[in-house]
Design a protein around this ligand. Structure first.
Ligand SMILES: CC(=O)N[C@H]1[C@@H](OP(=O)(O)OP(=O)(O)OC[C@H]2O[C@@H](n3ccc(=O)[nH]c3=O)[C@H](O)[C@@H]2O)O[C@H](CO)[C@@H](O)[C@@H]1O
Ligand SMILES: C=C(OP(=O)(O)O)C(=O)O
Length: 429
């Protein structure tokens, strides 16, 4: 088990290349189950969520061959509806896509309830409502979801909450169902469009992705294809925030700036200079950042996945800033750790009230989840002295080679093996 150490105070300068989107990758890989021949995905991020899903595809009989660290070919011909009630499915959130994909392919699936970041309760009732509307019987038996259908039939499904996972999962289950499916109040995130592009290239008939009404006409067969993943807007946003907090001049390469328009607007409001060019962003921070208030919303609003990193940036702004997470009101575990680093943050309901003009100080902190980890890394870059971060398994679920990328930007960051005593302390904390 490793910890990350950061000596703060070094300015980030240079260029960083953004990897493929985690939240696309984790849906594209299970989507390959639905094909009847090779699906090749290019530009995958080297993150543990992607390799865990590769292992799960092999567990159900798929052949998974990695051409290189970012290109994988999945042959689904020998896949079987093998139950996955526990084990690796619990290591990540997106294992829930095995429900939709296996139901769509085999009319049955047994999948353990997913893991992933703990952000407060993360129900999957809308996924289940969608599967049931398509004709599946769904039961929860000892923490595993059992899905069975004689046959899946298209349906009109209204989502009570706008959910990324439920929208994708219902698409996966519906593309081979008999007849037409309409998903109303669908989520509009770019990753949903990416998954629909893959499915369409496999032969699916899908209209309306990127709007809140998605129409699907079921087809009997889906074939293989090659697909290139979109860049990770949350990784790009994380580096943009880090650059605003502790940068000299940072160029972020391989980014679709439209995907993070809500973040860029807030950074500009704070006084950060941002130039957009082709697939690059050039970030030049302001000496004196203005404080802003932020509310997370569904896409194209400010993403909840950038709330925690942005909280860290607010500690440097001139005045008090309020950040409110309307998607996950309990996504606040980073705050106690930031307080250890001298941040002054009050919590009221789902809002963090962050005092600005604070010099953060290095401390020993723990990443409780992926984006809490990102917020602590940014804090470590800004802090006086050395910051030690544990809980790296969360960070490695979603950030490709983050230590190397930061080193290339001029940060002083490294990883060390934890001693036995530190591991015991970590496990008890
Ligand atoms: C693998 C993946 O893509 N993860 C992303 C996905 O998670 P995930 O797909 O789990 O998040 P959702 O979009 O489903 O959740 C949005 C909101 O809806 C609620 N909800 C969701 C489903 C449901 O059946 N019932 C329900 O009440 C959730 O509690 C939450 O408050 O979108 C989140 C919101 O942008 C991001 O933080 C995660 O990074
Ligand atoms: C919450 C996140 O991931 P997951 O849904 O995979 O837990 C995230 O990417 O910030």
């Amino acid at each position: 088990m490793q910890k990350m150490l950061i000596e703060g105070g070094h300015l980030l300068n240079g260029q960083v290349r953004i990897s493929g989107a985690k939240n696309s990758a984790v849906a594209l890989l299970p989507a390959a189950i639905l094909a009847d021949s090779d699906v090749t995905i290019e530009g995958l991020p080297e993150i543990s969520d992607a390799s865990t899903l590769g292992d799960l595809l092999e567990e159900i009989g798929g052949s998974v061959s990695w051409q290189d660290s970012q290109t994988v070919t999945i042959n689904p011909e020998d896949m079987i509806p093998m139950p996955l009630p526990n084990g690796k499915v619990q290591k990540l959130r997106a294992s829930y896509y095995f429900m939709g994909a296996m139901l769509g392919k085999f009319n049955k699936a047994v999948i353990g309830l997913p893991g992933g970041c703990y952000l407060g309760p993360r129900p999957i009732d809308q996924h289940i409502k969608g599967f049931e509307a398509l004709g599946a019987e769904v039961t929860n038996e000892q923490g595993a979801i059992y899905l069975r259908a004689e046959e899946l039939r298209g349906a009109r499904i209204y989502m009570d909450v706008v959910s990324v996972g439920a929208t994708i999962n219902i698409m996966l289950a519906a593309v081979k169902a008999k007849g037409k499916t309409t998903i109303e109040n669908a989520a509009k995130e770019p990753e949903i469009i990416d998954v629909a592009t893959l499915l369409t290239n496999m032969g699916a008939k899908i209209k309306g992705v990127g709007t809140d009404v998605i129409r699907i006409e079921g087809v009997p067969e889906l074939h293989g294809c090659t697909h290139t993943i979109i860049p990770d807007r949350i990784e790009a946003g994380t580096y943009a925030i880090a650059a605003a907090a502790q940068g000299k001049e940072v160029i972020i390469d391989n980014v679709i700036s439209l995907h993070i328009e809500s973040l860029l607007a807030k950074l500009r409001e704070m006084g950060v200079s941002i130039e957009e060019k082709d697939e690059q962003l050039r970030i030049i921070p302001s000496r004196q950042l203005k404080s802003v208030d932020v509310k997370t919303l569904v896409y194209p609003g400010f993403p909840t996945d950038l709330q925690q990193p942005f909280t860290t940036l607010l500690t440097k702004a001139a005045d008090t800033g309020v950040i409110t997470d309307t998607i996950y009101a309990a996504r606040l575990k980073h705050i106690d750790e930031l307080r250890r680093m001298n941040a002054t943050i009050k919590v009221e309901g789902g809002s963090a009230i962050v005092s600005g003009s604070t010099q953060l100080e290095g401390a020993k902190v723990k990443a409780s989840d992926l984006r809490a980890g990102a917020s602590l890394i940014i804090a470590g870059l800004m802090a006086e002295g050395i910051t030690e971060i544990t809980g790296l398994e969360h960070i490695d679920r979603g950030y490709e080679k983050i230590t190397e990328k930061l080193l290339d930007l001029g940060a002083n960051v490294w990883r060390e093996e934890m001693t036995d005593q530190e591991i015991v302390q970590f496990q008890n904390s």
